[in-house]
Structure formats: structure tokens, C-alpha cells
Design a protein around this ligand. Sequence first.
Ligand code: XUL
Ligand code: CO
Length: 439
Amino acid sequence: MNEYFPEVEKIEYKGPQSDDPLSFRYYDPDGEIDGKPMSEHLRFSVAYWHTFASESSDPFGAGTRERPWEEGDTPMERAKNRARAAFEFMDKLGVEYFCFHDRDVAPAGDSLEETNRNLDEVVDLIEELMEETGIKLLWGTANLFEHPRYANGAATSPNADVFAHAAAQVKKAMEVANRLGACGYVFWGGREGYETLLNTDLGLEMDNEARFLEMAVDHAEKIGFDGQFLIEPKPKEPTKHQYDFDVEHAHAFLQKYGLEDFFKANIEANHATLAGHTFQHELNYARQNDMLGSVDANQGDKLLGWDTDQFPTDVYSTTLAMYEILQARGLKPGGLNFDAKVRRPSFKPVDLFYGHIAGMDAFARGLEVAGRLLDDGVFTDLLADRYSSYNSGIGRKIVEGEADFSELDEYAKDRGEIVVESGAQEKLESILNQYVLET
Ligand code: XUL
Ligand code: CO
């Protein structure tokens, strides 16, 4: 496996002082945090679509990427070379997981049967490469957004034939995920939403989305797929309004249809910011509601309003993310999937390594800092203290459901002046900086 990235050797941990850009400065796979190696905490995964299938085109210009693996006389030959390049890359990077959409790995044919045959043929090769390298599938998914038939949605299309085609596609993608032993299966509803309510029956569309997910749950049982089902919320882009807006919306949706036991969230940092939240907010909500399934690791750009899918390099944000993940006792069977793409001018194959190394180091450093914050009880002790009035007296009665308005009215009348504490946010932000800078 030394065909497509001959100038790159296996990426090693060389420590914070390393001046080798093709080495890890903070990610030491075997380095222990909280009694567990970093690799087990972080469970890094490479996204097949951005790293191998994308050519870095944008609405204003052609693709810029040098992709020696996209050579070959037929789309199938190119797909197989892409798979070989992917496994060489992941093996050299030392990442244990990957994720893909059905259409990332194999081209569509003229019929559903031919499309499925193409997929099976490339999956045969992927299975061999997985065995050879020990790299595992974090999750699989189906691309229900690119083909023109999905212009009005897939499971939420007004056209029942489109619903049926999407179901056939997901059925096959689930069977492939099952065959490859995937830890999970993702539903991202890029076209599940609307452009205008003038032509949209929102109620029927959302009911149909639930019906679609119910069928997926039934099919998983039928084929014995026991991976985790994941919903990946995103408020907009490509559709103006997407139904799985954020984790809280997705949670309410699942509860409404009685599906909450079967799905968790795949939380993407840049989707959180598009929804007007921080990454930490989405992780925290999911953690507190047993919805944390997996993470699409990336970051947006504060000056741009869209899903820029950049490699995560903001250590402040990765620290707060790992702070939530550690408190949730890890992501397993999920992981940290780099749903991230190098910028269009970063077109050399080696740039793919630089992007992933930057993201892996940022998360490794975030993990170290978060581990220390938790060991030292910096914010956890403070939180316990801040809410301590609910541990006894009237507060305890409130949380135990034993108080009513009349009793609280009596209580409040006798209390006199209430002493309110400062939130001291700036002091806390300063302590956080101290940990980020000095761990
Ligand atoms: C799009 C996105 C998808 C999903 C998988 O914004 O995040 O790539 O992760 O379909
Ligand atoms: Co994603």
C-alpha cells in the first residue's frame, strides 16, 4: 500500500516540539487519559466523500484537486482505485474508522439492479481492504440528496414513487452496512424539508419521514442489523428549512412518533452553528437526554453563513466538546468522524494529511484539557455549589415534586430579601483559558 501517497510514511506521534508537519504533536494513540488510550476516547474516522470523492469544485469554479486515484477507463475502475487510495491513506494516518454514502464508493447504473450490483462489486474490495488493514466502518448511509429525483425530498417527497425509490436505496445501504459490520447507520435529511409552504404539506411530510424511519427500524430487525441508528440534524442547506433542525427538534420528533429508543444524534459542529447554537450546546443537550450517538467533527467560519466543513482546529471548541463527551462516558459505538474538507486551494494529496493531522491534534489536546478540567472538578464543583439550594429545604421539595404554588407563596412571603449570587462568567472563562494554555 504505497501507490497514491508515496511521499508519506506512517504518521507517528513525535510530541509538542516536533517540527515535522507529517507527525502528531498531541495525538498519541496509546497515551492514557483517565485509564483509557486516546485512540479509544477519540475513535477517529475519515469521511470518504470529502477526502476521496470530492474534487473541490465550488459554484464558481471547477475542481482543483490532484487525485491520482481518479484514473481508470471506467467509473468502476476509478471507484476501485479510490477505495485502494482510501485505505492507503487511512492506514498511513492511523485512523481506525471510516464512513461513506453508497454513491461515494460506487457509481450509479442505469437501473436500481445495476446500481446495486456496482455497489456489491466495490464493497467486495472494501471488505478485503478492511480485513487487510483492520480499519472498521463507523457508519454507512445513503445519498438521498444528489440525484434530481430528490429535488423535492426523499422520504418527504410529494411523490410516492420517490419515497419508494429512497426506501429501496436505504434498504440496500443498510444491508451493505450490516455486511461490513458497521457500528451505526446515519440518516441526514438534506432534502427533507421545504423551500416554500405554498406547495408543502408539512404535516404529511413529517408523518412520512416517521413512517420511513419506522420501516428502517423494522428492516434492521429483519436483517439482524444491531448498529446504532443516528439522525444528523441540520437546520438548512441545501434545503431552506430542514425538518431535523437541531438535536432538540429531532428528539421531539422521535418522541412524537415513539421512535426515541431506536435513534441517537450524530452531532456535527458546523450544523450546530448553522442552527444558532454552539457545538457544546448540542452535545450537552444530547448528553442530558441520552441522545449522544456520534459526532461529525469539523468547524464553520464565523464570517461565512454556510456549512464550510473546515477541519476543526479551534482548541477552545474541541476542549468543550471533549468535556461533554467525557461526561457522557464516551461516544462508543459512535466516534469522531471528520466530515471536513480541505480548502479549494489546498489541492495536493498531502494536504489531506495536513487537514486530518490538524483535526486529530486539536481533539487530542482538547481531550487532555477536558480530562484535567474534570479531574480538578473545576466547573463540576462549581455547578454543584451553584444549584445547592435544591438539595435541602424548599428546593428539595420543588425537585421532588412535593411543592405547590400555595406552599411556595407562603414560603416566599416569609423569606424577606433574597441574596442572588454572581454568575462570574468572566472568571470562569479566564480559568478555562488557563487550562487550555497550560495543560
Ligand atoms: C452534510 C453532511 C452529510 C452527512 C452524511 O452537511 O453533514 O455529509 O454527514 O450524509
Ligand atoms: Co455530517
